[in-house]
Write a protein that binds this ligand. Structure first.
Ligand code: ZN
Length: 161
């Protein structure tokens, strides 16, 4: 069976940056299971996997436009320390959920200077090339329940109790 719209796809993957450092990998853990063509993976990776079969290996470099988007300086903001109510110690690397016009957004604290905190709302991989090595483990039709839920059940997917 080939990977196509709404097929259940199970993959092992390794993501590296342009310097060859591993950013993320399923190696040593469960493979990733997803329903193809529903925006679960970045567009460039879904495009590269289209039409592949179990056992196929894919290596692809994905540019930011097909990955996590370009780095947007407008998403970097300085906010007063006092807006972090209830957080005793704001430090670089901490992540917070904030409300934005596009809904909830995750921001990362990048620096703290005196009473001002700089936060960055970009995805950590925004503006970066994504170098994926993927092995297709399984391709199968979804169950009606999986299609209705929009996610895969069982190994690598969701477990309902
Ligand atoms: Zn479900």
């Amino acid at each position: 069976m080939q990977i196509a719209q709404d097929t259940v796809v199970v993959i092992h993957y390794t993501l590296k940056d342009d310097a060859g450092a591993t950013v993320d990998t399923s190696d040593g853990g469960d493979p990733l299971a997803y329903i193809h063509g529903n925006g679960n993976l970045v567009p460039g990776l879904e495009n590269a996997l289209e039409g592949k079969r179990a056992g196929d290996k894919v290596s692809v470099k994905i540019l930011p436009a097909e990955g996590y988007g370009d780095y947007d300086k407008g998403l970097v903001q300085r906010v007063p320390r006092r807006s972090f109510k209830g957080v005793a110690d704001v430090r670089p690397g901490m992540q917070f959920q904030v409300q934005s016009e596009q809904g909830p957004r995750s921001v990362t604290v990048t620096s703290v200077a005196g009473d001002m905190v700089t936060v960055d709302g970009n995805h950590p991989l925004a503006g970066k090339n994504l170098n994926f090595d993927v092995e297709v483990v399984e391709v199968r039709a979804p169950s009606e329940e999986e299609l209705a839920h929009g996610h895969v059940h069982g190994p690598g997917g969701h477990h309902h109790h």
